[in-house]
Design a protein around this ligand. Structure first.
Ligand SMILES: *Cc1c(COP(=O)(O)O)cnc(C)c1O
Length: 274
């Protein structure tokens, strides 16, 4: 259900809310079909692209339905919410990927329940996680978040700091570097969105040339409900998709990235992206 996009505009999706296992199965199949089409356009095997469903703000009853429809790993932005869900859904054996900014005082929680952390952008967070993980005898998959939009946004390393950062990471032996992660600029202007994804891939390639060990597996986590097809065309190996799987979210994006929406307050009603 995609309206015809204007030239150079991202398609406008309406994201149907899934309230049964069958509806989740259909939404997931639709997303996987889109992934396969985007991969085919650039000659990539669709199996190279992981779909990470993002369940933030979704109540536990509906998360259970998504798990019944086959989701085995779920992405969450906020530690408190993820921790609560990991406890109440512990019987289902699903893995939790933290995709939002980490305050170091929450490192102990993340080290206890998460299998992956995609938003690593400070050595303080790396050290805090490593200390807790060592104590627990666990390891954690991590992606290093890069700010590719050159917006004065808080989260993600500036590209010019990436190399030095990656060279420090091996000392934190419980962290397993899976690759790089980014959020594209919030706009419906596809060429500008694409620029962010191209930059992340270019950085990955440059780091690999410097030293093949620097970026670990060399994965690229990029692309969300509104732009994952573009991200796949630019090399994404993991797409983080919430609304296209679960349904439109009532909480505005400014709640998660206030710095990207300076004109809105965090409590503003959902509206079109600027
Ligand atoms: C919420 C979120 C997503 C998914 O966004 P949707 O628009 O629901 O697909 C992806 N990445 C991060 C970091 C998020 O917080």
């Amino acid at each position: 259900m995609t309206k015809q996009p204007d030239a150079d505009e991202l398609p406008i999706h309406d994201f149907p809310t899934a309230t049964s296992v069958a509806e989740f199965t259909r939404n997931i199949a639709d997303v996987r079909a889109n992934i396969a089409r985007a991969a085919a356009r650039v000659g990539r095997p669709p199996a190279d692209i992981q779909l990470l469903p993002v369940s933030k703000t979704v109540p536990e009853e509906r998360v259970r339905l998504a798990i019944a429809a086959g989701c085995t790993q779920l992405g969450e932005n906020k530690v408190q919410e993820a921790k609560r869900k990991s406890e109440t859904l512990a019987d289902l054996g699903v893995e939790w990927s933290m995709i939002g900014h980490l305050q170091t005082n929450k490192a102990r929680d993340v080290a206890a329940f998460a299998s992956e952390f995609q938003a690593l952008d400070s050595l303080r967070a790396a050290a805090a996680l490593d200390r807790r993980l060592q104590a627990a005898g666990r390891s954690l998959d991590v992606y290093v978040q890069v700010n590719t939009s050159a917006e004065p946004q808080k989260y993600g390393l500036p590209p010019e700091e990436l190399e030095a950062f990656l060279r420090e990471l091996p000392q934190y032996t419980s962290l397993r570097v899976r690759g790089l992660m980014t959020l594209a600029i919030f706009t419906s202007d596809t060429p500008r969105v694409r620029t962010c994804f191209t930059l992340l891939r270019t950085l990955r390639d440059r780091m690999r040339e410097l030293d093949p060990g620097l970026v670990g597996d060399g994965g690229l986590s990029m692309g969300m409900s509104g732009d994952y097809e573009v991200a796949i065309e630019e090399g994404a190996t993991c797409v983080r998709v919430g609304q296209a799987v679960f349904g439109a979210r009532q909480v505005p994006d400014s709640h998660y990235w206030p710095e990207a929406f300076p004109q809105e307050t965090a409590g503003a009603p959902p509206g079109p992206r600027p």
